[in-house]
Design a protein. Sequence first.
Length: 125
Amino acid sequence: MGVSADEFYDESRVAIIPMGLCYPGRLSSGGDAPPRPECAPLWRDRLLAHMPDLRRTLLVGTHAQTDALGPGKMTERVMGFRDHLPTIFPLPHPSWRTRHWAARNPWFDAEVLPALRDAVRRALA
């Protein structure tokens, strides 16, 4: 995102909102299970209603992207990030698996990350 720790953790400027406020449990193969379908409908819209001045929404990972944009493939959404600007910015989830994904998709570091930093900088200005 290209912001300092102070900016990132300033709750008056940055909100980190999970897809569900319910812990989904672990998958037997490792990692967290997908968000539980009953959680977000209970609270998400009410929480977002308290944030009327949102300037950017970073859709981090497939679950956030599917919720906001409908079905689709994460790589195609991230590659087409410009289609969703200025308010929405789809991104891969920053898990250990992303390192392998980014290595196979060098356009991410070259094109998407600079545009993300610029979009975040403009939103926080």
